[in-house]
Design a protein around this ligand. Sequence first.
Ligand SMILES: [Zn+2]
Ligand SMILES: [Zn+2]
Length: 284
Amino acid sequence: MSRFGWFFVLIAVLLTATPFVAKKAVGGGNATLSVMLGNELCEMDIEEYVLRVLISEGQKCQSAETKKALAVAARSCGMYFALYGMKHGDFDVCSSAECCLPLGDPKAASAKQLSEASAAVRETKGIILTLNKLPAMALFTLCASEGTRYCEEFEYITPIKNEEKCEKHITVLEYGTLELSHALQCEKLSDCLFVYGENAKCAFAIAEHKQVQADFIVSALSLPSYEFEAELSNESAVFTVYGAGHGCGLDLCAADKLASNGYGYEKILLFYFPNLEINKIYNA
Ligand SMILES: [Zn+2]
Ligand SMILES: [Zn+2]
């Protein structure tokens, strides 16, 4: 089926779908995405796309249930990219982690990696997260430590407090005064004040009466996450950073803990995305 063919079938299915399971199959075929894989443009079945995301990102979690949650999130993002054309004009997605989702190579994966990824994809086939019956952007992150943060771009991704703070993903980083002054556009470091939002995430800093956005600080200092404590002195600044990743959406590290407490992938997804619904858009 062509890209546009499934687009209309998808809309039709979603419009007639009851919340949760819509059991209609889409003409025996799945959705396809046009993918820029390295320098090569190819049409890819959405299930293969999800498998490739799992091969690349699945190692960030251990539990089979977390991997299934990740598969649903990746499928939702793929559908979202295809429907709304995020960043690319001539194709749906690229394989760059900085831009779209990173894609692994099934041929280069280990047998264990491939079988775990395949199981997660197969057992969630056709299942996505939806908002008003349409695919939602279901972001995922390696570890959000105390909890996830509000996503400005997708306001249905709201902060969720984790049951316990992660003790595993902690990074200590030291910066020279000059480097930090430059990043915060502030000469007197002692005047610098970090302002924290929900779940201990940095919201912004006030430096010499100017507000410096958290995104700017994180990218200028290459901090692994938005949750940190900073100890400033005249010579240096020591940052203790909790968690890793952008901190929005599905927290893979904490999801593993939920899974070990008996949460299935659907319960994990609805914990991190309480504003979304789980829908099955095809069975084939
Ligand atoms: Zn891209
Ligand atoms: Zn962690």
